[in-house]
Design a protein around this ligand. Sequence first.
Ligand code: MLT
Length: 253
Amino acid sequence: MKIDAFLTPYFPETESQFDDGIVVMIDVLRASTTVCAALSNGAKEIIPAESLEKAVKIYSGLDRESRFLGGERFGEKPEGFNAGNSPFEYNEEQVKGKTVIITTTNGTKTFQKAKQARLRLIGAFVNRAAVLEFISNELQQFLEEDKEPKITLLCAGTNGRLSYEDVLCAGLFIDSLCGRDSNCHTSDAANAARNLYISHKNNLKEFLYGREHAVFLKKKGFEKDIELSFTFDKFDVVPIMEGTSIKNRNLDK
Ligand code: MLT
């Protein structure tokens, strides 16, 4: 198995490096976590939009009863939106059966990448086990096709810069995948993420609480969101980006 990682969202626009591989897109604080919460609470689908204007346009074209508009700029709910980017706002009462349109500063831009990949998953600490189980089933498919599996982790970061929580989450996935495969080849970036995760895994939460984005969100009063986002396996969902929307693949289980 080959594993690569992009630790910030800037990389060459020729995306053929994703061809026929599995891509896991990570924005722990908070877009990936919020997507997992919304799907776990029964949202029909989630449409990530790269701008406020685009999100409002998509929302306006949908049926009133079955739409929900969420997102953030500078961590706050945009004016006129139904919700901000707190996973707690995407509860069953609000989102069940609905199409959720969401736009965030970094995460929803990353979710638009790697369109040529065989599979695009949204990963976070909250759905760690579900994603790993899903990938291990998919690996069988590569074997049947006599192909070497290729997995790439994409970190959303913050404003183009590296975010520790995304890199350590990528490192966790890489460490688990390589732990199950003695023939695992990691790129330098993937190896760096893995090593960083290993060196912090015994005090992961405490370490991440002190990093930039968690400190920013804490100042804004989002402590509960941080706590939830740093919790392992809270949601048994595998969000898959297909075409323009994200759906939960684990429903079929
Ligand atoms: C983002 O996409 O930039 C984030 O999810 C920001 C946040 O709401 O914490």
